[in-house]
Design a protein around this ligand. Structure first.
Ligand code: M6R
Length: 575
């Protein structure tokens, strides 16, 4: 959470260019925005980058840092917006992460005047005090690294000196090599339109960057770092779509096809090796959060169908429920590859000797770098905070893996089926969304294949449409929640093929007055949405696509900020 971008260049650039690069990271948080230049110009405010751009004058500079915030410590105020400076204004700081012992560090310092409620400000005062005591900037940063607890990716810009210091622990940080100089940022998307060359920071590393050179250090010693070349499909333009979410929903046939092809060609070898790792393991555990967790639930189901037992656990609870050893394979599923809860779970698993593999979207993300093997889902950047196309491709990757163990699914038709599903049902979803515009609660029920779909669609309805939605196991509803069903309560019933138990659950809610909305591939159930597919993983993908569209169009009916829903950030890099 929070995006940071620093730019340093042999040629002048404008602060508008800096903010445009920052905008590509806005999915990481959008509570406030700010920047500082080497000349000492500091601008910051609450709100999003587009609004900010309209109010700030343009400056030309050769070194500047910027920040888009997802508030953790301290409310959404101008004072709490980054960059921060210390009393002497020697330099500016931007930070992503949480300094857990900031109060203890503050107690060590004397005579400082704090102007914000953030944990970040302590970094500035701490380093400034060390500099005042005679240490160099680098030594002061090393002292901070030695004493700070928590997570951080920090950029430090000295006033009047064209140099950026960058250092990190747990939060992501990357140095992009662009033609005129360097970009230091939370992730590659800040510069991936200009360069595909980067150096990824590991924990406790620091870099001193000028417009022409850089040096990396760890524990005070210079270290050599490798330049990596990466590939991303960059998609910034919304084209004919009013929101990224609907654009990304419509991209699903294309990205699905790209992945299916890659799993048979470029990534075939990796898929084979991943299936070997699964075979060798005594225990296979998926770990993920949010939407990626729902994809992993489907993974467990697909494997179960082949007779291979696996399990999945929400990342933030991994340590409380799972034990690992050297015969355990932990497979992380993550769009960003940076979700802190997943990273912490992987560190815990690694300490216990487990082997680590992953399925990620962002190349060279921390989770990918922690994995001995990582499949990429190749969707290109997903800009809307709500995951859509990345979920679909996570499920496809899991289907391809389960296929290696005998799961029966034709991956070649997935892309076409998704396209038909969108073409056939989008109009009807719009009508339903109008009907459900003012509803307070929606329940979604499924079993087996359709249970993760119920949960994923509910998550979309909550985060985008702000509807209280519960995705449940059909069998569990009558153990309590059915008490909430009243006349007209919408209940989405997901009935794959001949799932007569799900059909009974549907009748049960209808008998209590629910407005059942049936999604099925079996015309016998007179579904509202008849999906043209067999009852394998494709059903789960198509039914979710209907759920995605429903959430989108209800949110649109309600006039909500679909791509940037309140309180959320796409990349959850704090615990
Ligand atoms: O990047 P990750 O896949 O690890 O992110 C996990 C969740 O934060 C994410 O799936 C979140 O639930 C989605 N934005 C929901 O649409």
């Amino acid at each position: 959470m929070c995006g940071i971008v620093g730019m340093i260049s042999q040629e002048e650039f404008t602060t508008i260019e800096l903010l445009k690069a920052l905008k590509r990271l806005e999915y990481r948080g959008y509570d406030s925005v700010g920047y500082a230049t080497v000349e000492g110009i500091l601008q910051k405010d609450t709100g999003e980058i587009d609004g900010f751009l309209k109010t700030v004058p343009e400056h030309r500079t050769r070194a500047a840092i910027s920040h888009t915030r997802w508030a953790t410590h301290g409310g959404v105020t101008k004072e709490n917006a980054h960059p921060h400076a210390a009393c002497g204004n020697l330099f500016f700081i931007v930070h992503n992460g949480i300094i857990e012992n900031y109060e203890r560090l503050r107690d060590q310092l004397h005579g400082h005047n704090y102007v914000s409620e953030t944990d970040t400000e302590i970094i500035a005062h701490f380093i400034e005090e060390k500099i005042r005591n005679g240490l160099t900037v680098r030594e002061s940063i090393e002292t901070f690294i030695a004493e700070a607890k928590g997570t951080y990716a920090v950029l430090l810009l000295p006033r009047g000196e064209e140099k950026i210091y960058a250092f990190k622990k747990d939060s992501p940080l990357v140095l992009g090599i662009v033609p005129e100089g360097f970009v230091v940022s939370s992730d590659i998307y800040a510069f991936s339109d200009r360069s595909q060359k980067a150096i990824f920071f590991e924990d406790y590393e620091m870099a001193e960057v000028t417009a022409t050179d850089y040096m990396f250090f760890k524990h005070g010693m210079p270290i050599a770092k490798e330049i990596k070349e990466f590939k991303v499909t960059y998609t910034e333009i919304k084209k004919d779509f009013p929101h990224y979410m609907i654009k990304e929903i419509h991209e699903q046939p294309a990205v699905a096809e790209r992945l299916v092809t890659s799993l048979k060609t470029d990534q075939k070898h990796k898929l084979d090796r991943l299936s070997d790792l699964v075979r060798q393991a005594r225990k296979v555990v998926f770990v993920a959060a949010g939407t990626s967790y729902h994809a992993s639930l489907l993974g467990v189901h697909f494997f179960h169908e082949t007779g291979v037992e696996t399990q999945t656990i929400i990342a933030s609870e991994f340590r409380n429920y799972v034990t690992c050893d050297e015969d355990t394979l932990v497979v992380a599923i993550s769009q960003s590859g940076e979700t802190m809860d997943v990273l912490k779970a992987l560190k815990y698993a690694r300490e216990q000797g487990a082997r680590i593999a992953s399925i990620v979207n962002v190349p060279y993300s921390t989770i990918q770098r922690m994995s001995e093997l990582s499949l990429e889902i190749l969707t290109g950047q997903e800009i809307c905070v709500a995951s859509t196309k990345t979920y679909t491709n996570q499920v496809i990757a899991l289907l391809a893996l389960a296929q290696k163990f005998g799961y029966d699914v034709n991956l070649d038709t997935i892309s076409q089926r998704i396209k038909e599903c969108i073409d056939t049902h989008e109009g009807q979803v719009k009508i339903l969304a109008r009907e459900l515009r003012d509803c307070q609660d929606i329940y979604l029920i499924g079993r087996g294949l359709s249970y993760p779909v119920a949960r994923e669609s509910a998550l979309k309805l909550k985060e985008i449409a702000y509807v209280h939605a519960e995705g449940m196991m059909g069998g569990e509803l009558k153990h309590g929640t059915i008490a909430l069903i009243e006349d007209g309560t919408p209940v989405v019933c997901l009935i794959p093929d001949e799932d007569y138990e799900m059909e009974s659950n549907t009748r049960e809610v209808q008998a209590r007055g629910a407005r059942a909305i049936i999604i099925s591939n079996n015309s016998e159930f007179s579904p509202d949405f008849l999906l043209e597919t067999s009852s394998d993983g494709k059903f789960a993908i198509l039914a979710t696509v209907v759920g995605q569209m429903l959430a989108y169009y209800i949110a649109k009916e309600r006039g909500l900020p679909i791509d940037k829903p309140r309180n959320l950030a796409k990349s959850v890099t704090v615990e």
